[in-house]
Write a protein that binds this ligand. Structure first.
Ligand code: NAD
Ligand code: TYD
Length: 367
């Protein structure tokens, strides 16, 4: 039986990963380390309460003793590092915590793993470390000359995508911190032979995403007849992937990826933000029959500083080496996601009470 130590497993992707892994594999144990920041929520894991394949540890990846103790107690075969501050707008308002958690937290985790896994002969046994990275480290792409109405490239010959060889060029404090973390992971591999691999994924969407990110924020606002704040002209493009497809990629790379390598993950689902917002309005209106949910709610607001124009991944390497492919088409995933938010009003109420209201006022009032 293999043991996975997952950090950030009470957040959006981390909790989906824990649920995905326990669904897919009978013979594993997951030790879930999470500091439970505003983004961590044990309600995401309610469906596996009582499943003794899952152990939750309330701890911070920056805490050397807590991480060393966890590694000594549970002896994980694999460590998967999801834990991070993850929202670009928060990083613009308060960059320091992004350096602390994303960079120093990763360095601490690497040090603790290195010490725990050292076999005394210059090796690390069969242990493996996976760093969960992002496409945002590559910076930004230009909007192609010919685009479809949804914002995706219209020319089948179009080749301007992020590849693993694309130079790192982060713009936001968030992406700078994630780039820095990736470089430490690479340095530990190159210097110490540390058994690490990095995935870089495009924007995820799905259940349990905190409503500070585009898709859940727009669903939540539409349901409450609040304005839908579209940054700038709304023509920025993101490459959307249903969260379970990202979990599948991490599962495959954790065990099968070549050490020291980077794997880009994305499903060629590029869409302009304004198109996403209009899809959400149409679907919410259809399901609820509520005529007040209409495009009149859209409000173009001041653009995000340093706003990357377009992300688009080339996931050729992971497909060719590991046979990974995305299973959920965007049109299906977005409807599933909207319905999940409609079906889980209690979850939404809990995460949007209290400090969320202060956050929302700070970010959007008078914007
Ligand atoms: P999230 O903000 O929803 O969750 C982050 C989790 O980490 C939370 O549970 C939080 O409590 C925990 N955490 C934060 N600081 C911690 C600390 N110091 N110690 C322990 N736990 C801590 O983020 P997410 O969207 O699930 O993203 C997870 C990872 O995937 C991040 O590394 C992010 O950079 C990466 N990623 C996200 C996306 C995306 O679209 N959301 C895309 C590509 C990569
Ligand atoms: P977000 O979900 O924050 O992800 P990221 O910035 O990491 O890609 O934002 C996705 C896109 O949506 C991005 O171009 C910014 C835009 N956006 C809005 O237009 N309005 C909003 O209220 C938010 C949160 C995002």
């Amino acid at each position: 039986m293999k043991t996975y130590l997952v950090t950030g497993g009470a957040g959006f992707i981390g909790s989906n990963f824990v649920l995905y892994m326990l669904r897919k594999h009978d013979d594993i144990r997951i030790v879930n380390v999470d500091a439970l920041t505003y983004a961590g929520n044990l309600e995401n894991l309610a469906s596996i309460e009582g499943d003794d394949r899952h152990v939750f540890l309330h701890a911070d990846i920056r805490d050397e003793k807590a991480m060393s103790d966890a590694l000594a107690t549970y002896q994980p075969d694999y460590v998967i590092n999801f834990a991070a501050e993850s929202h670009v707008d928060r990083s613009i308002a308060d960059p320091g915590i992004f350096a602390d958690t994303n960079v120093m937290g990763t360095v601490n985790l690497l040090n603790c793993c290195r010490a725990a896994w050292d076999d005394g002969k210059g090796g690390f046994g069969d242990h493996r470390y996976l760093q969960v990275g992002t496409d945002e480290v590559y910076g930004t792409l230009a909007i192609p000359e010919k685009i479809n109405p949804d914002g995706s490239p219209a020319d089948p010959e179009h080749t301007d995508y992020f590849r693993e060889t694309t130079p790192l060029n982060p713009h936001s404090p968030y992406s700078a911190s994630k780039t820095s973390a990736d470089l430490f992971v690479k340095a530990y591999h190159d210097t110490y032979g540390f058994p690490a691999v990095i995935t870089r994924c495009s924007n995820n969407y799905g259940p349990f995403q905190f409503p500070e990110k585009l898709i859940p924020l727009m669903i939540h606002n539409a349901l409450n007849h609040r304005e839908l704040p579209v940054y700038g002209d709304g023509l920025n493009v993101r490459d959307w992937l249903y969260v379970d497809d990202h979990c599948k990629a991490i599962d495959m790379v954790a065990t099968g990826g070549r050490l020291g390598e980077v794997y880009n993950v994305g499903g060629h689902n590029e869409r302009a933000n304004i198109y996403i917002v209009k899809t959400i309005i149409a679907e919410v209106a259809k399901v609820t029959g509520d005529e007040a949910v209409n495009e009149g709610l859209i409000r173009h607001v001041t653009d995000r500083a340093g706003h990357d124009r377009r992300y688009g991944m080339a996931p050729d390497k992971i497909r060719e080496e590991l046979g990974w492919y995305p299973e959920t088409p965007y049109e299906e995933g977005i409807v599933k996601t909207i319905r999940w938010y409609l079906d889980n009003p209690e979850w939404v109420d809990h995460v949007t009470s209290g400090s969320y209201q202060e956050y929302y006022a700070r970010m959007y009032d008078g914007r």
